[in-house]
Design a binder for this molecule. Structure first.
Ligand code: CAO
Length: 552
């Protein structure tokens, strides 16, 4: 076994280059010339080849590291190696061949050949610049289309030699008239790349071209707008085939322009399936991948998927199991489904449980039955719960907030409006009682009954369902011992109320039969901590246990 260092070869004068990809792992067998890693400068990515055959025994660098000539990037067991030595790195010729005088492996800008002038603009034929002696370099990607408006230095095409890919930049700003090359064409210096119209307002060009627009007494016309024509970007159909789980050590083949695009869009290139030669990732592949990801997210937010990256639920053909009928969801059901899902996926929910002793409250409530009949109002436990929640919200204002995550702010509300969930034949509706803290029990009883009836009659106005700080959902009239309600975002807490039941409660010397009301407080754990939730439900227990405290 002979250990051999793999060093960064001459980079044609470039000081430091960044490693953007490591193409081998420890234990991999490589042949001479196999790519070890890819480095990238401003304009080109270059593969550093193995100096010989052997087995990689150590990697001394990682993606993102900056390296310079002579740095050791890996060690290899060169047993049986037939390639060159680290003193004669094969990458040298490659990196030199694609380096400019600044040491950057950037091709010179194409030397344009003026073609003709018309009014305030002229047409230029852009030629392939010197390629440092390389000839017949294949085009792996054409980055512009006819009708595109481009800036100076925009990448026109990407060409690739055996070891390096590079972008040929535009010498002009202007509009592409005709593209004269296509993928797979082999280019050499001087070949025609494209024709473009260029605003005729440059002094240096004027010098070259003789008569200028000003000389001829014409005003330079503005360059045609980019949106003169609709964008001819193809309507790429997002395909699930653009997603491929990355395999360990999988290599990404892509030119620098594509890598740059993927970086700008935040796309993980190891997940993109390349459709180019040798599975090379092209710009369209990156765009298709991003579109498909966006589409999945949007489907999720409209209720069709999960919006969380979690695959949606696939339905079987139910008719194979028996007769079925299909009917469209009501709008309310669709909206509720979407709201519930949004809240469930966005809010870290915790539910705090408490039993409130409402024996005395119930005795008082029942004593008010005759008075209620006189007023034409039925006093249920709900108005007491509303009043207790208003008091708790005032005492623990951290429950009376919404989170503005975009601005990283907590919105504190100086009002106490409470929503009540109402079960209607058409679905769940949540009318809102305003300023609950300022209203008496009879007023709250009348208003909650009126709003519940309006909800069942579908007569609620949108304004009567907006502005809640907190929601109460009472299943007490129906049954159950506890449940975990879903926070009605952007509120941060919701109180579930279950059916009161007589329970034995230890008073210190004996068990007493007491009427206990089960409370289930679900809260957004980003806004509210567990100790405050326990304080909130304990306070509710105290307030409902002794309703005189509601007057304090
Ligand atoms: N324990 C025991 N009995 C209770 C009770 C409780 N927690 N809450 C109410 N009751 C009793 C009432 O006192 C009334 O009894 P009487 O007829 O003997 O007086 C009976 O149950 C029915 O009350 P109600 O439901 O008509 O009135 P309410 O004020 O308690 O509730 C409303 C009003 C609108 C909240 C309720 O009708 C409703 O729609 N609840 C369902 C809410 C819902 O669906 N939530 C789920 C949301 S998440 O899917």
């Amino acid at each position: 076994m002979s250990e051999q260092e793999i060093k960064v070869p001459d980079l044609g004068g470039a000081d430091e280059v960044e490693i953007i990809e490591i193409l081998v792992s420890v234990g991999d067998s490589v042949e001479a010339e196999d790519s070890i890693l890819t480095v990238e400068t401003d304009k080109a990515s270059v593969d550093l080849p193995s100096p010989g055959a052997g087995k990689i025994t150590k990697l001394s660098v990682k993606v993102g590291d900056k390296v310079k000539e002579g740095d050791v990037v890996a060690m290899m067991d060169a047993g049986g190696a037939s390639g060159g030595t680290d003193d004669e790195p094969e990458a040298k010729a490659e990196s030199e061949s694609s380096a400019d005088s600044d040491g950057k492996p950037e091709p010179e800008k194409p030397k344009p050949e003026p073609k003709k002038k018309s009014g305030g603009s002229r047409t230029e034929t852009v030629l392939v610049p010197p390629l440092d002696g390389m000839e017949d370099v294949p085009v792996i990607e054409v980055n512009i289309s006819e009708g595109d408006t481009i800036e100076v230095d925009a990448s026109l095409v990407t060409v690739e030699s055996d070891k390096a890919s590079m972008d040929i930049p535009s010498p002009y700003a202007g509009k592409v008239v005709k593209v004269l090359v296509s993928e797979g064409d082999k280019l050499s210096e001087g070949d025609k790349l494209l024709e473009m119209t260029v605003a005729d307002d440059s002094d240096e060009d004027d010098d070259d071209q003789g008569e200028t627009a000003a000389d001829s007494g014409q005003e330079a016309k503005p360059e045609p707008e980019a949106d003169d024509k609709p964008s001819k970007e193809p309507e790429a159909q997002p395909q699930s085939s653009t997603y491929e789980p990355p395999s360990p050590g999988s290599r990404v083949h892509a030119g620098p322009a594509v890598r740059k695009l993927a970086r700008e869009l935040g796309a993980d290139m190891t997940r993109i399936k390349g459709s180019g030669p040798k599975s090379r990732i092209l710009k369209d592949d990156v765009n298709d991948y991003v579109k498909s990801q966006l589409q999945q997210t949007q489907q999720g937010s409209s209720g069709a998927g999960t919006g969380s990256g979690i695959p949606g639920v696939k339905l079987p053909d139910f008719s194979q199991f028996g007769d079925i009928e299909r009917e469209p969801m009501s709008r309310m059901m669709a909206v509720t489904a979407s709201n519930m899902q949004r809240s469930w996926l966005n809010v870290p929910h915790v539910t705090q449980f408490e039993d409130a002793d409402i024996s005395d409250m119930e005795a008082f409530r029942k004593s008010q039955k005759a008075a209620g009949e006189k007023r034409g109002v039925k006093m249920t436990p709900l108005p007491f719960i509303l009043k207790a929640c208003a008091t708790a919200l005032a005492e623990l204002p951290q429950f009376n907030v919404s989170l503005d995550l975009e601005r990283k702010e907590v919105v504190r509300k100086q009002y106490i409006h409470i929503g009540i969930a109402v079960d209607t034949p058409n679905g769940l509706m949540v009318p809102v009682i305003r300023d609950v803290d300022q209203k008496g029990l009879w007023e709250l009883a009348a208003e909650s009954a009126e709003l519940a009836q309006k909800a069942r009659d579908r007569k609620l106005k949108p304004a009567e369902m907006q502005g809640a700080c907190f929601t109460i959902t009472s299943l007490g009239g129906i049954g159950g011992t506890a449940f975990t309600p879903i926070v009605n975002t952007p509120e941060v807490a919701i109180l579930g109320v279950s059916r009161a039941a007589m329970k034995p409660v230890w008073d210190g010397s004996e068990f007493q039969p007491r009427l206990m009301l089960p409370l289930s407080l679900s809260y957004d754990h980003r806004a509210v901590n567990g100790a405050d939730a326990a304080r909130f439900t304990s306070l509710l227990g105290e307030l409902l246990g002794d309703i005189r405290s509601l007057l304090l």
